[in-house]
Write a protein that binds this ligand. Structure first.
Ligand SMILES: Cc1cc2nc3c(=O)[nH]c(=O)nc-3n(C[C@H](O)[C@H](O)[C@H](O)COP(=O)(O)O)c2cc1C
Length: 243
């Protein structure tokens, strides 16, 4: 079972992850990081309106990620390290292949900050006609594993159809924030459908904040689960290590 610390921009750096991995996680996600001029500019606008973001200029970001990966691997050599990233073109994401010991590149098709959506990135990647080429280009040109993080139930997007398309690109993981509008829990029915229909590793995300929600998440048939908000305190009030 993949037990993943989900990305939280401005929060999930190496020192945060090293602190929470002992709760029972075997995959730790750095980021989200912005990797090109457009997304860096968008991140700075987000910071200017008071929201946390990682802010690294283009000439620093790759060295920074390399150092963060080293910091995690030096303490937790057996934990897989993933980097959740945004870019409007595939090349900066392909360039992550030069980062030693980075196990997973995660393409962010999930963020819904207005500044990121305005440049066609984050969740709006799901609306791009060239999304399949974008993802395939990355898969074909990197040696590490590739994950795609999506948000479920986005207006105008058929989650199941997108999941099939992403599977066809040859990625290793589909990380789904199974958000269900109007509910304070994940869309377990949708996750179950995706798990039944799609053959790649599915990482289920959203509201794993109690033993009972964790059991429901696992009951959908996911290959792993991820947790974001419930780890912010550095603790969990439920146990994940027996899965
Ligand atoms: C402060 C914060 C920052 C986030 N930043 C990112 C991000 O950079 N990239 C991403 O894919 N998801 C991001 N997320 C979404 C989480 O990874 C996760 O999908 C969402 O919080 C639902 O999971 P949870 O119910 O376990 O919190 C962020 C969430 C929070 C609360």
């Amino acid at each position: 079972m993949f037990k993943v610390v989900a990305p939280m921009a401005g929060i999930t750096n190496a020192s945060f992850l090293n602190n929470v991995i002992p709760l029972g996680f075997n995959v730790a996600t750095l980021g989200g990081y912005s990797l090109d001029e457009s997304t860096i500019k968008a991140s700075r606008k987000i910071i200017n309106r008071g929201r946390k973001e990682f802010d690294f200029p283009l000439d620093v970001i790759f060295t920074h990620i390399q150092n963060e990966v080293e910091l995690i691997k030096s303490v937790h050599p057996n934990v897989k390290v993933s980097a959740n990233v945004r870019s409007i073109t595939p090349q900066p994401i392909i360039d992550l292949n030069n980062i030693e010991k980075l196990d997973i590149i995660e393409i962010n098709c999930h963020c819904r900050q207005k500044e990121i959506l305005d440049i066609g990135c984050g969740q709006n990647m799901l609306k791009r006609d060239d999304l399949s080429d974008f993802i395939s280009n990355i898969v074909d040109n990197v040696n590490c594993e590739v994950s795609v993080k999506i948000r479920a139930n986005v207006d105008g997007i058929d989650t199941l159809e997108i999941a099939h398309m992403i599977e066809d690109c040859g990625v290793d993981y589909l990380h789904i924030d199974a958000m269900k509008k109007g509910f304070n829990h994940a869309d377990w029915e949708l996750l179950e459908k995706v798990c039944n229909d799609v053959d790649i590793n599915i990482i289920g995300n959203n509201s794993v904040n109690s033993s009972s929600n964790l059991e429901k998440m696992i009951g959908t048939g996911v290959d792993g689960f991820s947790i974001a908000r419930s780890v912010i305190s550095g603790n969990l009030d439920f146990n994940i290590s027996h899965f």
